[in-house]
Design a protein around this ligand. Structure first.
Ligand SMILES: [Zn+2]
Length: 80
């Protein structure tokens, strides 16, 4: 769980813009979200070194990339 104090600290550190596409908060729809550089599912922590700001687009894109890997090369599969 990330405290509001820590969230504000990350936001200030990141200059209030997305850490990936560098869009400022005022140019982004919705709030920038705190993102784990190493996902918690892969052992990432809530340490400030592992936290960054991300807009919804960049956050969503990372999610899409992960699932896209799973369907790779499926059309080359043949039983005969
Ligand atoms: Zn972004």
């Amino acid at each position: 769980m990330i405290s509001d104090t820590l969230k504000k600290q990350i936001r200030d550190l990141a200059g209030n813009r997305c850490g990936y596409c560098l869009s400022l908060q005022k140019y982004v729809l919705g709030m920038l979200e705190i993102d784990h550089i190493i996902p918690q599912a892969k052992g990432g922590t809530d340490d400030p070194d592992n936290l960054w700001l991300a807009c919804r687009l960049c956050n969503g894109y990372k999610g899409v990339q992960t699932t896209a890997c799973l369907s790779k090369d499926s059309k080359n599969y043949s039983a005969f």
